[in-house]
Design a protein around this ligand. Structure first.
Ligand SMILES: [Zn+2]
Length: 155
């Protein structure tokens, strides 16, 4: 840990989701505790970029910085909050990009369709979809999303 960086912290709002994510990782035999110890996850009231609700940055000094956009969080439901935390942890701890079984999502303009990266009802097939998944999809496919979430972690 670099002495010039503030001690990494995961703010209270994100703790329950983070523990749930870590226990899912443990059940898959993934050891992510070193990465978690370097994770700094905080709410940002300032814009993170156009249409951006969360980011993960690997600081050159070793910290994994996650920022969540506060105004979005305040209006979001339980399922979407959980999904955003899992999504950012997948970026930061697992080095997963915006991908799904068998390919990458188009980065800025994903096309909702049945087929590659989407399920039969057009719900995204992975929480690594670059745009937040509709709540109804998260409810319908939670088991699938949880199962898929930690695939390709640090492969
Ligand atoms: Zn992302």
């Amino acid at each position: 840990m670099n002495p010039f960086e503030a001690k990494p912290k995961i703010e209270d709002e994100f703790l329950a989701y983070t523990f749930e994510y870590m226990s899912m990782a443990n059940r898959r035999g993934l050891k992510l505790s070193d990465e978690l110890a370097r994770t700094d996850m905080r709410m940002s009231q300032e814009s993170l970029g156009k249409n951006t609700i969360g980011i993960c940055r690997w600081s050159p000094l070793g910290t994994l910085k996650v920022r969540i956009y506060g105004p979005w969080w305040n209006g979001a439901g339980e399922e979407q909050r959980r999904t955003l935390v899992f999504h950012e942890l997948n970026h930061c701890l697992c080095m997963r990009s915006h991908n799904h079984r068998g390919g990458d999502y188009a980065h800025d303009a994903p096309v909702y369709d049945v087929g590659k990266g989407y399920l039969g009802d057009m719900c995204p097939a992975s929480i690594m979809h670059p745009i937040m998944i509709p709540t109804q999809c998260l409810r319908t496919h939670q088991e699938h999303y949880d199962e898929e979430a930690l695939e390709s972690c640090r492969d």
